[in-house]
Design a binder for this molecule. Structure first.
Ligand SMILES: Nc1ncnc2c1ncn2[C@@H]1O[C@H](COP(=O)(O)OP(=O)(O)OP(=O)(O)O)[C@@H](O)[C@H]1O
Ligand SMILES: [Mg+2]
Length: 312
């Protein structure tokens, strides 16, 4: 079983309109509500890969109830901690004429110290049953910046691999606690290390710096150029073929799910890289976020090249 942690949950509302015109009444042709937050994408992709998922984080109020009800996959168990504040909504208005989106992201309600304590108690109760834990996304207001590092320490104390996919101070503070894997993209890698990451050599140097600071595996995702993996077993590249991309939103989350599923089954690193690249590329082939078709995955798996760049 995989625990996914999504503290900053949201109801993602997709509004399809004929044409978005400011200061006019807009008729919404179609509404699609999804249980959102980056860890929910991880949950869906891990569940599609056959894994049981316990989805944790915060949900509150009427929108919190709607959020829970939107999780319909039989192998995702919602185990969210109740908050007094309402779960936020994030609205994506898609203009059918141009196929472009305009997003409105609510800030969300702060969580209280007591709600954080309740979450910790819930997390400690579920943790012994997990094979792997993932933490994704930003933190709501009211959560101290060292909160993720506390979760990493708790998981490590029980010998559970924990993967962290976030950015800024939350990620920086988490690294010394020793997450099994972090998955920055190049923007996040550059921001974190302050280094220029425009060449492969500079990416490797920056990733090595994060490994020395405490991260077990540093998987730097490179969009269509696949992934660079720096680990104690050596440095690897995972390369993806050219594909007809439909929607890349959630590709990073799908990659995290791919690594989490592989770690849960103690797969060798090169196999984990192949699976993570294949799953994330398959996500790019569908319009949904955090979803892939099994036939795309089966076709892509043998097409992913995993190359060793150097020894450890
Ligand atoms: N255009 C693309 N073509 C093929 N594969 C892609 C493409 N974009 C992303 N991928 C796959 O998804 C992985 C993760 O993508 P990316 O580096 O864009 O993550 P990200 O920036 O963290 O994304 P997000 O946080 O929006 O989910 C890549 O390593 C690659 O395997
Ligand atoms: Mg990302």
């Amino acid at each position: 079983m995989i625990i996914t942690v999504t503290l900053n949950t949201a109801i993602d509302k997709l509004y399809l309109v004929d044409e978005l015109l400011p200061f006019e009444v807009g008729r919404v042709r179609e509404v699609v509500n999804t249980a959102g937050g980056k860890g929910m994408n991880v949950s869906r992709v891990a569940a599609l890969s056959g894994e049981d998922v316990t989805a944790m984080g915060f949900a509150g109020g009427y929108t919190g109830q709607l959020f829970r009800s939107l999780i319909r996959e039989p192998n995702i168990r919602p185990a969210f901690t109740e908050t007094s504040g309402e779960t936020r909504s994030c609205i994506n208005v898609r203009d059918k004429k141009t196929n472009r989106s305009t997003e409105f992201l609510e800030p969300g309600c702060p969580v209280t110290a007591q709600e954080l304590d309740t979450f910790l108690a819930d997390f400690r109760r579920e943790l012994p049953n997990a094979d792997v834990v993932t933490i994704s996304g930003s933190m709501p207001a009211g959560v101290p910046s060292d909160f993720y590092s506390g979760l990493v320490r708790e998981a490590r104390a029980l010998g559970k691999p924990i993967l962290v996919d976030t950015s800024g101070a939350a990620l920086r503070e988490t690294i010394p606690a020793g997450p099994a894997l972090i998955k920055p993209n190049t923007d996040e890698l550059g921001q974190l290390t302050g280094a220029d990451v425009s060449s492969m050599e500079s990416c490797i140097a920056a990733a090595q710096q994060l490994r020395e600071a405490g991260a077990g595996i540093v998987a730097v995702s490179l969009g269509k150029d696949g992934v660079l993996v720096v680990s104690k077993e050596g440095i690897f590249r995972g390369l993806t073929p050219d594909v007809p991309v439909v929607n890349t939103v959630g590709c990073g989350d799908s990659m995290v799910a791919g690594f989490a599923v592989s770690l849960a089954h103690k797969k060798p690193l090169e196999e984990a890289i192949r699976f993570a690249v294949a799953v994330s590329t398959a996500n790019a082939l569908t319009k949904e976020t955090g979803y892939y078709r099994q036939e795309d995955l089966a076709r892509l798996l043998p097409e992913i090249r995993v190359e060793r760049v150097s020894r450890a």
